[in-house]
Design a protein around this ligand. Structure first.
Ligand code: F0G
Length: 456
């Protein structure tokens, strides 16, 4: 059969409240044209994030009922720890309430005020947690990533020459850790190849610098390697994942992505002395080392989710369903990042709305128009998010103005995606009439979450 189906049946449903365009005009005006300020129930299709929004399976819900809520040494903890060890292979496992808590603990132990931390692209919270302890995050994305149309299969790769140069310049004294994010979320959900991971590991080991993987979407990355990297076409997803982590010294993980969980995360390392320091911080702010900010039932759900995410029929469907949207957009001539990434579709707002100056936020206009057209919630990844400098009043256009449509796991069906495609097509047809936006009010830091907008 050629048709790729959702490899699950729906057993429990959550009704979607349908709204009219007239109602949405009022709702988005009251939200000051910022989709973050909408009530979720006023959204028809919510593509704001794939984080914590997944649908759990009947197995995961069943496991939650078995959650052992003992404070110390709960059965659920051992189940969680053994699953993480089996897939990720690290000796020390530290549970956290979500990914950024793992980052905060890692960087507060490893990073010093003059430290430099390279990554393919730091996610916002990773960047912020490094800066919080005085370090400098550096993004070293491969050159192929700059061309939105190129069909290079691993646009998430790190630029190895740039990494080698950075290491030669500053050395292990100033670089306490090298990270790579799989898939590269801020770089379009694009995968990193096994060859690239191996090369990063080689550079790190030669210099004696620990190498960590930001593993949020590790299963999607593993399956891209299976589909796109010669030599891996017959390798099972779990073996690819194990090989990826075998080159690293540790990882940070948000279980809200590739573990189907609504909350949770963990930090792993092979360094027992480091783990000892990390657990001391864990106890202070997250919880005892056998639950770390999570309920026993969450640990159970994550253990089930980590196994399910590696089912290959799920991964086939997952990558196919994102590609389905991207391919239809490409066929219609609508500017979108290609090839398709794993968890999200990125519209190129600057090319979609070329008459809108980047400083009038074409990505934000497009987000507002998609909500008005069809009640779809998305997020601008462009000048609103990156254009301000907290230390000056000057604004700069971001490198790109994108609109991210993140696809929650196992939540929406193909007809929901057809609805999204129709809405994008309708907005595309009337694009010449779409106006830019201005910021009416905004905080200094992370302004995209709460900024208030109006049309220019
Ligand atoms: N690293 C990456 C690559 C992420 O995408 C995220 C979260 C985190 C770390 C932090 O994890 O949310 O559990 O604390 N990304 C979400 C998103 C929020 O919408 O892309 P967290």
């Amino acid at each position: 059969m050629k048709t790729v189906i959702e490899p699950f049946r729906i057993k429990m449903v959550e009704p979607i409240k349908l709204t009219t365009r007239q109602q949405r005009e009022e709702l988005i005006r009251k939200a000051h044209y910022n989709p973050f300020m909408l009530r979720a129930e006023d959204v028809i299709i919510d593509l704001l994030t794939d984080s914590g929004t997944s649908a759990m399976s009947s197995d995961a819900w069943g496991a939650m009922m078995r959650g052992d809520e003992s404070y110390a040494g709960a059965r659920s903890w051992y189940c969680f720890r053994d699953t993480v060890k089996d897939i990720f292979g690290f000796e020390q496992v530290i549970p956290t309430h979500q990914g950024r808590a793992a980052e905060r603990i890692l960087f507060s132990v490893m990073v010093k005020p003059d430290s430099i931390v390279p990554n393919n692209t730091h996610f916002d919270t990773t960047r912020a947690n490094i800066e919080f302890v005085g370090g400098t995050p550096v993004d070293l994305t491969c050159v192929e990533a700059d061309d939105l149309d190129s069909d290079f299969p691993f646009k998430g790769n790190m630029n190895i020459a740039a990494l080698e140069q950075l290491v030669a310049e500053h050395g292990p004294e100033r670089i306490p850790v090298i990270m790579v994010t799989v898939t590269n979320n801020s770089g379009g959900g694009q995968p990193v190849s096994m060859a690239n991971i191996r090369e990063i590991s080689r550079v790190a080991r030669t210099a004696g610098i620990p190498f960590y993987i930001d593993a949020c979407r590790f299963a999607e990355n593993a399956w891209f390697i299976n589909q796109r990297e010669p030599g891996y076409e017959n390798t099972p997803a779990i073996d690819i994942a194990r090989e990826m982590f075998s080159y690293a010294d540790g990882c940070t993980m948000s279980a809200k992505k590739d573990a189907f969980s609504n909350i949770g995360g963990f930090l792993c390392t092979n360094d027992a002395a480091l783990a000892h320091k990390e657990r001391n911080i864990l106890i202070l702010t997250e919880g005892f080392p056998t639950y770390g900010g999570l309920a026993g039932r969450d640990l159970e759900a994550i253990a089930v989710g980590l196994r399910e995410i590696l089912h290959e029929d799920y991964l086939d469907y997952r990558l196919f369903s994102t590609r389905y949207v991207v391919d239809h957009l490409l066929d219609a001539g609508i500017p979108v990042m290609a090839p398709a990434g794993g968890h999200a579709v990125y519209l190129d707002a600057r090319r979609f709305l070329p008459h809108i100056d980047p400083l009038q936020y074409p990505g934000q206009s497009l987000a507002v128009e998609l909500y008005l057209e069809a009640g779809i919630r998305t997020v601008e990844i462009g000048t609103v998010m990156f254009g301000s400098d907290p230390h000056s009043d000057e604004e700069q256009p971001a490198r790109l103005d994108l609109l991210r449509l993140a696809i929650p796991r196992r939540v929406y069906t193909q007809s929901h995606m057809d609805y999204v495609l129709e809405a994008i097509g309708l907005v595309w047809d009337r694009r010449a009439d779409i106006r830019g936006m201005k910021i009416v009010k905004a905080p200094k830091f992370l302004r995209h979450f709460t900024a208030q907008f109006d049309f220019v």
